[in-house]
Design a protein. Sequence first.
Length: 202
Amino acid sequence: MAYNGTRLGQDSRFKNPDKDILSSMKTPKSYKTTVSKHNLIIYPIIKLWLNKKISDILEFEDETLINLIINLIKSSDEKIDPKNIQYQISGFLGDNTYSFMKQFWKLLINIQELHLKDKTLIPEELIPFKEEYEKRKQYFQNNKRKFENSNNDFKIKNNYNEVIDINNKNRDEYRINKRDISRSRGRSRSRSRDRYKRRSRS
């Protein structure tokens, strides 16, 4: 007996809306060049580049967006899907998503090309970020004992004007968070005022 009907893919009620958006999305021509996640081993430096570019667009740091992009790269199959990244971050960057991804994908292509030639080479654009990373890495190594003796994620030391957020998975990856410095200083000042008031009353 023959049955008449439609397949799920032919029924508009069961279409994947994400797939429709991805297929109609404007994308850079550079997406035709594939990039393997195994050729992107300098993630701490890439994160610093992302932080700079995203901060320029949003005018504030967005660690959530940076981690989302890195996680999308690391959790992908061997070949990274740039269209999926563009779709996932569009809610954060809005109209700036296309131009950002055009720059970002070009950077990843350059990283891959140099990595395949010589694993020690990086694009010239990343050299300032590599220098910044090395400085931060050295700072942590010089103060490793102080950081390890603290159980807090944020280490506030009297001799330094920096707050270090150390990544539990990789202690070389961390950022300087100036906003937490001001908050910590404010809390310390309020505690000092409270102690002064109690002493004055006594």
